[in-house]
Design a protein around this ligand. Structure first.
Ligand code: G3H
Length: 255
């Protein structure tokens, strides 16, 4: 805490929490766009917070991406996390396997000694295929766990960057660009007013399911994500944000 005060980050945390309507903000020094070390520090803060919040026999749902992966890497065995069930929040969204929520849920379980489930679902499903999959017992079991989740941990991405990373077709990328989307989370693309302008259809937690969840933790940083974070947090109804100094200052000054 002393070091934070020296950097003026405690004050920044309070101001950002107020701006985005969050209960808690954790800011690490630096800019994740400039250095991977900053992303690791966000991961470390996130892992610490999860350790503090843990309760026996809880379900934790997780999304994908490099920042949630950084958090997973920093997790350590903790008695209350040993009885935690880590569940992927969404089926595949078309990313590299190490960035998928499936893989990250398994990594968290491995690091903590907890348990995990996988959601074996291909990305970007047709409506018919999704309806059919939702009737599969294996998928229903995971959906049941997701509905019981106490905590959700998710990343936030820049809209166009995420569409390209997920190998969306050129038409879809153009649509996302023209729709005014600035941010992405859970496969939803949002404009700067927090309205959904596009989405990837997959099974898993939908935005409307999040209301029941005790704690929704976003982890995202880097100056380039300022607009995305400002759009996503109020729309998702986050209560916690773990970010970095560059994103925090840019949100307060530019959005
Ligand atoms: O949905 C958002 C992305 O998963 C964020 O990914 O942490 O690699 O930027 P990232």
């Amino acid at each position: 805490p002393l070091i934070k005060d020296l950097f003026g980050l405690t004050d920044l945390e309070v101001r950002l929490a107020r701006r985005l309507g969050l209960k808690k903000v954790v800011i690490v020094p630096g800019d994740a766009d400039q250095s991977d070390w900053v992303k690791k520090e966000m991961g470390r803060s996130g892992a610490r917070l999860l350790r503090q919040m843990a309760r026996p026999d809880q379900v934790v749902a997780v999304t994908g991406g490099t920042t949630v992966a950084a958090l997973a890497e920093m997790m350590t065995p903790t008695p209350s996390l040993k009885s935690t069930m880590f569940v992927p929040a969404r089926g595949g969204l078309g990313e590299a396997v190490e960035l998928e929520s499936n893989y990250i849920a398994s990594l968290m379980a491995k690091k903590t000694g907890g348990d995990y489930r996988l959601m074996h679902v291909p990305d970007q499903l047709s409506d018919e295929a999704r309806e059919m999959l939702l009737r599969e017992p294996h998928i229903q079991e995971v959906m049941e766990l997701l509905r019981k989740a106490r905590i959700v941990v998710h990343g936030i991405g820049e809209a166009t960057k995420m569409a390209i990373r997920r190998k969306s077709s050129p038409d879809e990328v153009a649509h996302i660009q023209h729709s005014g989307a600035v941010g992405e989370a859970f496969g939803y693309y949002l404009n700067s007013s927090g309205e959904i302008v596009s989405r990837v259809r997959t099974v898993g937690l939908q935005l409307e399911d999040l209301g029941e969840i005790e704690s929704i933790i976003a982890i995202a940083g880097g100056r380039s994500k300022a607009q995305a974070i400002a759009a996503v947090c109020p729309a998702v109804g986050n209560d916690v944000l773990i970010t970095d100094e560059a994103a925090a200052r840019a949100i307060l000054e530019e959005t």
